[in-house]
Design a binder for this molecule. Structure first.
Ligand code: 3UK
Length: 551
């Protein structure tokens, strides 16, 4: 078996013996010929062949003297590193004891962001099982599809989400292995079972390439895709973006909105803080106002959320004392320059934009501080490489729009999915984004590859028109799509949410159209404008363009 070294990249698994007796995950990995090339170009990415990421995270934090420091804060409680570890260990005992799970089994997880949900996810990994976290708003039918695809063996579910979980069509054996947490702690609850378990658990001795996480894409269309990640992938994301771009430290307090079931949130709000012995604030149901309030209350230093949240927080920021904030990270969709500027005006902070994907686990192109170039997402995060490919898969130079291609220590491995062939080309991960590079190697987002609008022979990127519209004082949010048109093939159609105090009217429509023409090439202006009260978005803050199209 080839082992990854600094000089030779390898697409091979480390090949160490799996610790699993249930081989579902390895048996459902795509054939290795269809994997992207994996690169371990930095010394810190050379993990030992036996690796349990949760043991590794806690060993590191405790060795750094974190035992008595606060690891997680929720609305109701805070746990130090020692206390969080004890919760994790008790849950791990429940999984492998009374629940009767074996190594390699899949555990579906449901819950909003809070310390207990975090402990459950980490316990599953520590116990040698595979976490399948699910977005809190999913309904029974969607959960059923995920449960079926991942052939889950057990469920840990927040009491508040119990009713929807009970409506899922599950095999009796899985139903019998469903535990709830965060309720009154009644007999049979996870907490009741934890209370009688030992307070310390020896991590299962997993291989670095044992699958520990199956994360389903928040995909805006089609059947959800399960992406499979190894123990070493979890460590790799902690040792890339947070180390070289974010430069997080143990004095940091992390806060933000993305669900732990979204890898943006799992990394930014749990794994990254644990890696440096910092504090994670985990709060449920945040709004722009309550997030600002929480930043003030918890003296947060690092914030992770989506562009739409920053856009809504900017005009409210002066009502709160958020002077503790040092770094703000935006991901999930393109950060319009207009939003970057209004955030800077409101807070004095330069936004750290970063593109990530569930397939790659976390952020792979980004920039912070002096490295930021307005309009660009940034440069490949050390450990990753990126280029732009044309239609035939050949690299193109600066100034040409093409398909973004990435490789690094993490990469796409779909769970039994034909679409693996679409995401990987010649060893590169193709994210489905149209990007352009400049001569200095900065990467500029243009649109999703399938969202490029072609009107009367011109290529028009919706996000550029959105950025122009967002600069108008009446516009709060907007989404631009191509609408089929007999004469032009497609026309640019804008969907606009107005700020309070502004009314939709034909005059405003013309005003907005003229306003756009004054900022970007006039042929890009929205020939049609529709006014809405809100834009359709996913739980992760992504605009659902297909919903605008079918309206
Ligand atoms: C889009 C962006 C422009 C892009 C994610 C950070 O979003 C995440 O994962 P998903 O699988 O979606 C991936 C797609 O979302 N996107 C994300 N960030 C940006 N487009 N600028 C950005 N900064 O289309 C990408 O292909 O839901 C983000 C960390 C972990 C993640 N999973």
């Amino acid at each position: 078996m080839t082992r990854p070294t600094a000089s030779s990249a390898s697409t091979s698994v480390t090949g160490d013996d799996s610790a699993y007796t249930d081989h579902f995950a390895r048996e459902h990995l795509p054939p290795q010929a269809l994997w992207p090339e994996l690169r371990f170009d930095l010394p810190e990415l050379h993990y030992p062949p036996r690796l349990n990421c949760v043991a590794e995270l806690f060993d590191g934090a405790l060795a750094g003297g974190a035992a008595g420091r606060v690891a997680v804060r929720g609305e109701q409680l805070s746990w130090t590193y020692a206390q969080l570890l004890e919760q994790i260990d008790r849950i791990a005992h429940v999984l492998r004891g009374p629940m009767g799970l074996e190594a390699g089994n899949r555990v579906l997880l449901r819950g909003a962001n809070n310390p207990m949900m975090a402990a459950c996810i980490l316990a599953v990994l520590k116990a040698g099982c595979i976490a399948v976290p699910t977005m809190p708003l999913l309904r029974a039918r969607e959960l059923g599809a995920i449960a079926g695809k991942a052939e889950i063996n057990a469920v840990l579910c927040a009491d508040s989400l119990r009713a929807e979980m009970e409506a899922v069509d599950l095999p009796a054996a899985v139903r019998d292995r469903t535990l709830c947490f965060g309720g009154a702690g009644a007999d049979g609850s996870l907490e009741a079972l934890m209370a009688v378990q030992p307070s310390s658990y020896d991590a299962v001795d997993t291989a670095a390439d044992d699958v520990c996480l199956i994360s389903f894409t928040s995909g805006t269309t089609g059947i959800p895709k399960g992406t499979m990640h190894f123990h070493r992938d979890v460590m790799a994301i902690c040792d890339c973006f947070p180390r070289s771009v974010l430069e997080s430290q143990r004095s940091d307090t992390f806060i933000g909105t993305p669900p732990l079931a979204f890898t943006f949130g799992l990394g930014g709000l749990l794994l990254f803080p644990l890696r440096v012995g910092a504090t994670a604030v985990l709060l449920e149901k945040l709004t722009p106002e309550t997030l600002l309030k929480a930043i003030e209350q918890y003296r947060a230093t690092v914030c992770f959320t989506a562009p739409t949240f920053y856009r809504q927080m900017a005009p409210l920021a002066d009502k709160y004392d958020i002077g503790s904030l040092q770094k703000t990270v935006s991901a999930g969709e393109a950060l319009p320059l207009a939003t970057r500027e209004s955030w800077r005006q409101a807070t004095g902070l330069s936004m750290i934009d970063g593109i990530g994907a569930t397939e790659l686990l976390h952020i792979f192109i980004s920039a912070a501080g002096e490295q930021i170039r307005p309009g660009a997402t940034g440069k490949p995060v050390p450990g990753y490489q990126a280029c732009i490919l044309d239609h035939d898969g050949n690299p193109v130079g600066p100034g040409v729009i093409g398909r973004l291609a990435v490789k690094g220590p993490t990469g796409c491995r779909y769970l039994a999915d034909e679409r693996q062939r679409d995401y990987v080309l010649n060893g590169w991960n193709l994210t489905g984004d149209a990007y352009e590079m400049d001569a200095d190697g900065y990467f500029y987002y243009r649109s999703r590859t399938d969202d490029m609008i072609i009107s009367a022979g011109y290529n028009i990127a919706g996000p550029e028109v959105e950025d122009a519209l967002l600069r108008h004082p009446a516009v709060a949010e907007c989404g631009v799509i191509g609408r089929a048109d007999e004469e032009r093939g497609q026309i640019v159609e804008a969907h606009v949410v107005l700020k309070p105090g502004h009314e939709a009217s034909p005059e405003l429509t013309s005003q907005l159209q003229e306003f756009v023409k004054g900022q970007i090439a006039p042929y890009k202006y929205p020939r049609a404008i529709r006014f809405l009260t809100a834009l359709p978005r996913t739980e992760t803050g992504k605009l659902q363009r297909f919903k605008l199209r079918t309206e």
